[in-house]
Design a protein around this ligand. Sequence first.
Ligand SMILES: Nc1ncnc2c1ncn2[C@@H]1O[C@H](COP(=O)(O)OP(=O)(O)O)[C@@H](O)[C@H]1O
Ligand SMILES: [Mg+2]
Length: 404
Amino acid sequence: MKIKVGVFFGGQSVEHEVSIISGIQAYYAFDTEKYEPIPIYISKKNEMYVGSEVGKIESYRNIDELLKNSQRVILVNEGNQVKLIRYPFKKFGSNELGTIDVAFPVVHGTNVEDGTLQGYLRTLCIPYAGCDVTASALGMDKYAMKTVLKDNGIPVLDCRLADIKRYHGAPLKVIEEIEAGFSYPVIVKPVNLGSSVGIKIAWDREGLEAALDYAFEFAEKVLVERAITSLKEVNCSVLGDYEEAEASECEEPVNSDEILSYEDKYMSGGKGGKTAGAKSGGSKGGMSGLKRKLPAEIAPETREKIRSLAVRTFQALNCSGVSRIDFMIDMESGEIFVNEINTIPGSLSFYLWEATGMPYAELLDRMVKLALKRERERGEITYSFDTNLLAGVTLGQGAKGSKA
Ligand SMILES: Nc1ncnc2c1ncn2[C@@H]1O[C@H](COP(=O)(O)OP(=O)(O)O)[C@@H](O)[C@H]1O
Ligand SMILES: [Mg+2]
C-alpha cells in the first residue's frame, strides 16, 4: 500500500504565494511508486481545500475561482486515521473524501511555519515532516534563535530587540539605546518575518527612525543589528534530525540591491520566477528561480566551516527534516555569522540537494522517513499519566486547583 502524504501549502502568511510554488513543486516530485501525494491548499483564511484543481499551479491565477471549484475539508482523527471530511457536510451520502497517513507541511512564514500548523497536526496525532513545534517556533523568531545559538557557541551578530509599545511611547529613548550599542549603518528587521519583508538599512538617525517605523508596520517586535557593508551571503541546507544530520552543497545568492529583496528571491527568474516548475519538480520558480552561484564561490576551508556550522545550528535548534541555514560573511574581517534558519526553506532547498547528488524524490522520501521515525520515538514516551486525582474532586465556587 502506498503511503498517503497530505502536502499542505498556502496559509495565512505574507509568504502565501511562495508557499504555493514550493508546495506544488514538492507535490509533483514525490516518488509515486511509493507515495500517494494529496495536495491540500490552505487559503489565506486558513481554510483547507482539496480537489483536482488544487495541484495545478495555473489554478492560482484566480484563487476565488479555484475555491469555488474545490472542496473545503476539515481534518478529523478517527480510528487512528486522519480523514479529510467535506465541510460544510452534505446531509446525505459520505462526507469522507479520503485519508492521509503523513502530513507534509510546505508552508512559509508566520501563522503556519512558526509551529502553528505543526501544533495543529500534533493535536491530530498525525506524523508530520519537518521541524516539531518548538524548533519551528524558535526558527521563526530571529531573536530567540540567536539566543539559543549564542548559548551554543555558534557565531551570530549581536542584536537589540525593540518592541512597538515602548517605541511608540518613547521613540527617542529607543533610538538612543540603539545608538549606544551600535554605530551606523544598522539593519532593522521584524523578528518573525521572512522574504526580506519589512527590512531596511539605516545609515543615520533619520534613517533609523524611518526603518523602525517601517519594520513596526509588519511586526510588534523588531531587532536591530550591525549592517555588514561588505557582505557575502552563503546558504547551506541540512537534512536529518538530532541524531544524524548532513549538510548540502553551499549556494551564494546573487542580489541586485543591498538587501536581497522579495523580488530578487522570487521574481528574478523571468517568467519562471512566478510559476512553479513543470511536472519534473521544476527547475524555476520559488527559491529555485533565484539567481545564484551554485556552488558558492568560497574557499574550501570556508565551505567546510559553513557546512559544519550549519549542522551545529540545525542540531542546536533541535530541527528535523530539511532546513536551510543562511550565513553572512563579512568580507572585511573574514568573520562568518549565522544569519537565520529557514525551517521550511523555499523549494525545500531541493536544488541544493540535487547539487549534492540527491534527487528531489529521495529528499522527500528521507523527510517522510524522519517524520515516521519521530512518531515512533514519540510512541515510546508517556504522554498521559493515570491518576485518581479527579475521583474525589468537587469544586466549590471560586475553588482553585492546587498544583504541586
Ligand atoms: N546584518 C546584516 N548586514 C547586512 N545585510 C543584512 C544583514 N542582515 C540581513 N541582511 C540582508 O537582508 C536580507 C534579509 O535578511 P534576513 O535576516 O535574511 O531576513 P529574512 O528572514 O527576511 O530573509 C539578507 O538576505 C541580507 O541580504
Ligand atoms: Mg533571509
